[in-house]
Design a protein around this ligand. Structure first.
Ligand SMILES: *Cc1c(COP(=O)(O)O)cnc(C)c1O
Length: 435
């Protein structure tokens, strides 16, 4: 590939290439990245930016990690891909084994999907097929909470926030699910009795048509970067048990240590019936997600009509992705220094709390919140994304604000000095965007 002709590449990008959630051409224009190493992205003009976004929650070990590079290289010597229908392979089986060892013990089966959204589609199918197999074909709706985000495909969109989300224009084309009010804000808020009564009433009212409850446990990500009490998740577990519903926890953003526990459901000591993981699963190297379920769900669906789970992506369990996911999980648990992810996430949490504190004093800042390796500054109005991004770039930091939020979820390998630059950039971006 010829490199370096960025004028013509950017011109073609402008004319022909979609970027996420945007018009063509993308505005503001995207920055060209030529390589990345550690926590730094290198731009075509030679500038380096510390990645405060971990490529949207994914690159937890940073870029070009030698062990992850090696895992991909070694798998490439064996095979890049092979179909999973009728065939199996070591990276797929070993990754399933590893995920089940890490997840709550009641989860006993793994479906590999090619993106987070698809893993949510699969989770929904599991729930509907489970209820059908038990003779409850009337149970086809889901209950969720407002403010959620579960992906961009049609099944997943239907359980995203119906108003504030990115999908309100599709309303008429989506399955109509049951939405409860957002859990009250605050990780430490405890269980709000009014919210509990509201959700309990809603579940009771719709019990005969509900198949499952689906939520992001403890942290709502792309729906608004909000934190709620683990007690809310525990309440949903109780309601599911009481009414014969499945509990689906979407851990795609929260999984693999991001919130300070390996999975966010551990804050609530709750095990789901179905769990989705993705994003950081491969350390940001390849697209891969998985839907985990209990033996009871797997057995019911397998014995039901159709004789199994009706899904099977072409690139299911891609061996390159499974291999790098295994290496990423090794790194997560053991790290280069043998300490694993927890002390690193705790150090980042402390650094975020300290570094973001000055934002509280800024005019136009509504809230500052930190949980695990997630730091959020919420403004009173919509962020001027271009101005906020520019301010961060001047600090040598990559941030991607949205709506009223300037936030960071840095790679776990970010050291104290780089983290201080990230938080300074967030604070300055907030000052710029609100000023
Ligand atoms: C990102 C995300 C998804 C969608 O994952 P994709 O890989 O982008 O399809 C679903 N749920 C949550 C909670 C997410 O953060």
């Amino acid at each position: 590939m010829e490199t370096g002709d960025w004028d013509s590449l950017l011109a073609f990008d402008r004319e022909h290439v979609w970027h996420p959630y945007g018009a063509l051409p993308a505005a503001p224009a995207p920055l060209p990245v030529v390589s990345a190493q550690g926590v730094r992205l290198k731009l075509a003009d030679g500038r380096e930016l510390i990645d405060g976004m971990a490529s949207w929650w994914c690159a937890i070990h940073g870029y070009r990690h030698p062990l992850l590079d090696r895992a991909v290289g070694e798998q490439l010597q064996r095979m890049a891909h092979v179909m999973f229908g009728g065939l199996t392979h070591e990276p797929g089986v070993r990754l399933a084994e590893r995920l089940l060892a890490l997840a709550p013990p009641s989860l006993q089966a793994v479906f590999f999907a090619d993106s987070g959204s698809v893993s949510v589609e699969v989770a929904i199918k599991l729930c509907l097929q489970f209820q059908r197999a038990r003779g409850r074909e009337d149970r086809t709706r889901l209950l969720t909470v407002k403010g959620g985000y579960h992906g961009d495909t049609f099944g997943a969109m239907a359980v995203c926030d119906p108003v504030g989300g990115m999908h309100s224009m599709f309303a008429g084309a989506l399955a109509e699910h049951v939405f409860a009010e957002r859990p009250p804000d605050g990780f430490d808020a405890g269980l709000d009795e009014r919210w509990a009564a509201h959700v309990g009433e809603l579940v009771a009212r719709h019990t005969d048509e509900l198949a499952a409850i689906i939520v992001e446990p403890v942290v709502q990500g792309a729906g608004g970067m909000r934190f709620h009490s683990p007690a809310c998740v525990a309440l949903l577990r109780e309601l599911c048990d009481e009414h014969g519903l499945l509990l689906v926890l979407d851990e795609i953003a929260t999984g693999f240590g991001r919130t300070g526990e390996l999975f966010a459901c551990e804050h609530a000591a709750v095990a789901p019936d179905v769990m989705c993981v993705g994003k950081a699963l491969t350390g940001g190297y390849m697209t891969l997600a998985a839907t985990l379920c209990t033996r009871e769900v797997a057995d019911a669906v397998s014995a039901g009509e159709g004789g199994g789970l009706m899904h099977g992506p072409t690139f299911m369990a891609n061996p390159l992705a499974c291999s790098v996911a295994l290496a990423s999980l090794d790194l997560l648990l053991d790290g280069a220094d043998g300490q694993g992810w927890r002390p690193r996430v705790q150090a980042i949490e402390r650094g975020l709390r300290e570094g973001l504190e000055p934002a509280r004093a800024l005019a136009g800042v509504a809230d500052v919140r930190v949980l695990g390796a997630i730091g959020v500054v919420q403004l009173e109005r919509e962020v001027d994304v271009a101005a906020a991004t520019d301010a961060a770039v001047r600090h040598g930091v990559w941030l991607r604000p949205f709506r009223d939020l300037i936030y960071t979820m840095p790679p776990y390998v970010t050291d104290a000095e780089d983290l201080a630059r990230v938080t300074a950039a967030v604070v300055d971006a907030a000052r710029t965007a609100s000023g």
